[in-house]
Design a binder for this molecule. Structure first.
Ligand code: TMP
Ligand code: ASP
Length: 237
């Protein structure tokens, strides 16, 4: 398998074509942004942490019956993935109020939600990924009704598997964002699952163990990414 030209560069990853039209190589960068690119920086070796952690989590989810884009971890920063067409939806799950939900609705961060909240955002940087509902997604042709119900059903299961997985590593899954893609017409989980895309709090201390350390200038950013990878790797092999 040969790595060919880059077809996409996002804020945290690059995507390359390969000599197999059904496979891409994703390359994880150390670049970090927040607030829709307003805050810019770099987190040393973040790309390595996010690549390895995503590979472990996608493998775990595959074993539980969730189809994902993951084919193989290639090296520290690169993975071979199925060439999906990404649905332009960010799917956010909240178990505990935090971040934009706390701010928008005036709910104190850390408030346990009596039921899971699933949100959709329209994946569009120019508009700042605005919050939308199912009807917006349908009316805008972002996904079909069947695809949306698939996405929701997978997302609830993914939340259960991830919550259990992280709790075993001493981490509470507060919220997370995932993305899905189409492959052979089927909805599969794509993108990444990492401290960039999840809020994880230590079970004992409630210390923030995710990208909020960068967003909010909390310090120990690199160390925290390494700590999360170390915990996730433990017993994952
Ligand atoms: P929020 O509270 O800022 O809306 O974030 C909810 C979750 O989504 C949190 O775990 C971080 C993740 N997230 C991303 O992965 N990408 C983004 O661009 C944003 C804004 C949040
Ligand atoms: N990655 C997003 C951005 O740069 C936001 C975030 O993760 O907070 O805008």
């Amino acid at each position: 398998m040969k790595k060919l030209d880059m077809i996409y560069e996002g804020k945290a990853k690059k995507v390359f074509r390969t000599d197999d039209p059904k496979q891409y190589i994703v390359s994880y960068k150390d670049d970090a942004t927040a607030f829709n690119g307003l805050k810019k920086g770099s987190i040393a070796d973040k790309g390595i942490v996010n690549n390895k952690m995503s590979a472990i989590l996608f493998k775990m989810l595959e074993e539980k019956g969730i189809p994902t884009h993951m084919i193989a971890l290639l090296n520290d920063r690169e993975s071979l993935v199925k060439a999906v067409q990404i649905l332009p939806l960010e799917v956010i799950v909240r178990n505990v109020a935090a971040g934009s939900m706390s701010k928008r609705l005036g709910i104190e961060e850390g408030t346990i939600l009596p039921q899971i909240v699933l949100e959709f955002s329209y994946k569009n940087d120019e508009l700042g990924d605005p919050l939308i509902n199912d009807d917006h997604a349908l009316a805008m042709g972002l996904a079909t009704r069947e695809q949306i119900s698939r996405v929701k059903a997978y997302t609830f299961k993914i939340n259960e598997f991830l919550k259990e997985f992280f709790l075993d590593k001493g981490l509470k899954l507060i919220d997370f964002k995932i993305e899905f893609g189409l492959y052979d017409g089927e909805v599969i989980l794509a993108d990444e699952i990492s401290p960039d895309t999840c809020r994880l709090w230590d079970v004992n201390t409630n210390e923030k163990m995710d990208k909020d350390r960068f967003r909010r200038d909390l310090g120990k950013v690199e160390e925290t990414y390494q700590e999360v990878l170390a915990r996730v790797t433990k017993c994952a092999e």
